[in-house]
Every structure is written in structure tokens, then in C-alpha cells.
Design a protein around this ligand. Structure first.
Ligand code: FA5
Length: 327
């Protein structure tokens, strides 16, 4: 048996054959084990000598097996070609939404706006009531809300941050932008997500008018979108602003089939207006002394026309082919 085992081992040069060899000779049901199991049936006087030989052989084969294994492994490593190009590690990058928020914050920063981050989970009071939308007010239907319980909900817009900021800084004049993640119970489509980002703007002080809002927004849009886009301010309605506007930007579409603007040439990016006196008062300001403007726009909606993205679901679909284009 020893001779046969040594012979066969000599011709082995890979790990799999070596494993077969080990199973044949050394394993629990292998040939050596078979011999050892038959020792009790030998005449008593032969047993010690045979037992000793079997044990010595077992130790020898075990040792040969181990040194062969390490030889095979060592020679496998020496065959690695170290001149082959390596596999580059994956490098992360900022999501296009985050990059855009940083850029927006920088542009508003140059106009004197500071940053305040509101809450993703809000109270009904801040999301609605303090913004002049009491219980049962029909305008609540403007935001399909995901409730956590009867008081808490996922913020449907960044406007509740207005109240937080006002209460913190009143009665000083303020200029803030408030980026935030918002949620709505929406039927998702190419234009609508159920989770998206908004950037809220709020300025309060003496002599602020709708013209201040228009000028600020136009300056911002020129820097973000370049000089060739046009803005359009449409009269609209929000319970927390009076008067209210919606702001559209010219779409970069190719006409009728455009998913973004449905062929109208205009894409709605923001809502805004003059802060309602009730809201100013809820924030601790005296509406007879100061006025303010506010706006809130969709971050993804402003990214889409810049890069010709025609489906908002791409943003959070986690397709690296999409995301890598922006890193
Ligand atoms: C609001 O959320 C108001 N809070 C905006 C506002 C702020 C008005 C301050 C006045 C003063 P609206 O629901 O229209 O308004 O949303 C504002 C912007 O968010 C839209 O113009 C759009 O750009 C974006 N938006 C709204 N719904 C979605 C959605 N489902 N998916 C992606 N973007 C959306």
C-alpha cells in the first residue's frame, strides 16, 4: 500500500487530484482505515506489530500530503502574472441630486442666503396648520400625504421649514434656502416621483415685493440654466402665499412627443409667492412691519431639462449606467 500511495502521489501536480488521493488513502473510509479496521480480526500476537506499522504509515502519508499541498499552492502563486493590469477599486461619487443641491446653495449663498435643513418627518401642525391650511381645508388635497400616525407625517414639501426658521430668527430680517427630501402618495410616472427633493427659499424683511422674488429667481435661473432659457411666472394658488405664482422654464424638448412638457415647451419647476400674513404671524413676525417671499422648487425637475433626462424614475432607480454619467 505504501508503495502504491507514494507512486501515485509522485505524479500529482494539482489540488483536485491531491484531494482524490487523500480520499483514497487517508480518509475515514480510505484504504489505510480499512486495514486498521481489520486489525482486531488478526491473531493476537500479530496485532501490535501491524498496528504500529499502520500508524507509522498514516503519519508518513499525512505529512507527505501536507507538504505536497503547500508545494502545489506555492507554484500556483508563482504563476500569477504581476504585470497584468489590476482591477481598479470602485470609487463612489455624489449623486446628481446632491451635486445640484450644492450648486443651488452656492448660487443662493452668493446672494446672501444661508442654509437651514428642515425635517423629513413633520407634524401635521407644521406641514399644514401653521401654513394656513387648517384641518378639513380642501387645499390639503393638493398634497397626497403619507401619515405615520394621527399627528406625524412624512413632509410633503419643504415649506414647514419656513415656520421653523422664522420662529428661530424672528424678528430679524432673514434670507434662507432649505433643501429637503419630501414624500407624496403619488402615482409615479416619468414626471412624478413619490420621493423627491425640494429647495425652499425664504426672505423676510422690509420692502420685499414680488419683484424681489422675480429678480432673485431670474438671477438664480440664469446661473443654473445658462442665459438661453426663459422663465415664465404664472398666477397660481397656495394657501401660504398671497399672491401666488408658479414658475416655468423653457423645455429643451423636440416638440410634441416630449414627455417632460407634453409638447407645451414649458416645464413647471417651482411654486412661490409673497408669504401670507397669517404665516408671518405664525412665525412670530409682524405683517404690518415686514413682508417676505417664499418659493419651493423641485430639484429633480430642474436637473431634467439641463441634461435631457426624460424620466424622473431614473434618479432613484440605482442604475449605475445612469448615475456614473454625473460622477
Ligand atoms: C409646493 O410643494 C409648495 N410648497 C411650493 C411653494 C413654496 C409655494 C413656497 C409657495 C411658497 P408644489 O406641490 O407645486 O408646491 O411643488 C413644488 C415643485 O416641486 C413643483 O413645481 C415641481 O417642480 C416639484 N414637484 C411637485 N410634485 C412632484 C413630484 N411628484 N415629483 C417630482 N417633483 C415634484
Amino acid at each position: 500500500l505504501r508503495e502504491q500511495a507514494l507512486n501515485e502521489l509522485g505524479s500529482i501536480s494539482d489540488e483536485r487530484s491531491l484531494e482524490n488521493w487523500r480520499v483514497t488513502f487517508l480518509a475515514r473510509r480510505g484504504r489505510l482505515a480499512d486495514i486498521i479496521s481489520r486489525i482486531p480480526s488478526l491473531p493476537v500476537e500479530e496485532r501490535p506489530a501491524i498496528g504500529k506499522m499502520a500508524n507509522a504509515l498514516k503519519a508518513e502519508l499525512q505529512q507527505l500530503y501536507e507538504s505536497k499541498l503547500s508545494d502545489i499552492r506555492r507554484s500556483a502563486i508563482s504563476q500569477v502574472d504581476v504585470t497584468l493590469p489590476g482591477i481598479p477599486p470602485m470609487v463612489g461619487g455624489l449623486h446628481i441630486t446632491r451635486q445640484t443641491i450644492y450648486e443651488m446653495v452656492r448660487i443662493f449663498g452668493e446672494m446672501g442666503f444661508s442654509v437651514y435643513e428642515g425635517n423629513e418627518v413633520e407634524t401635521d401642525e407644521y406641514n399644514f396648520s401653521l401654513l394656513n391650511i387648517p384641518q378639513e381645508h380642501p387645499a390639503r388635497d393638493m398634497w397626497d400625504t403619507i401619515y405615520i400616525d394621527d399627528k406625524l407625517l412624512l413632509a410633503t414639501h419643504t415649506s414647514p421649514g419656513q415656520i421653523h426658521v422664522m420662529r428661530k430668527y424672528c424678528p430679524q430680517p432673514i434670507r434662507f434656502v432649505l433643501p429637503g427630501k419630501v414624500h407624496r402618495y403619488e402615482a409615479v410616472s416619468a414626471r412624478r416621483e413619490s420621493m423627491f427633493y425640494q429647495l425652499e427659499g425664504l426672505a423676510i424683511g422690509e420692502g420685499i415685493t414680488l419683484a424681489t422674488l422675480k429678480g432673485t429667481f431670474e438671477n438664480f435661473a440664469r446661473q443654473l440654466f445658462g442665459p438661453n432659457r426663459k422663465l415664465r411666472f404664472r398666477g397660481s394658488y397656495f394657501p401660504f402665499t398671497e399672491p401666488s405664482v408658479e414658475i416655468d422654464i423653457t423645455c429643451s424638448c423636440l416638440g410634441k412627443g416630449c414627455i417632460l412638457c407634453k409638447g407645451s415647451g414649458w416645464l413647471e419647476i417651482a411654486g412661490g409667492g409673497m408669504v401670507h400674513p397669517v404665516v408671518l404671524r405664525n412665525g412670530g413676525y409682524d405683517p404690518s412691519k415686514v413682508s417676505g417671499f417664499a418659493f419651493g422648487f423641485g430639484v429633480e425637475r430642474s436637473v431634467m431639462p439641463r441634461f435631457g433626462i426624460d424620466d424622473i424614475r431614473l434618479f432613484y432607480g440605482n442604475d449605475l449606467r445612469f448615475l456614473r454619467q454625473f460622477s
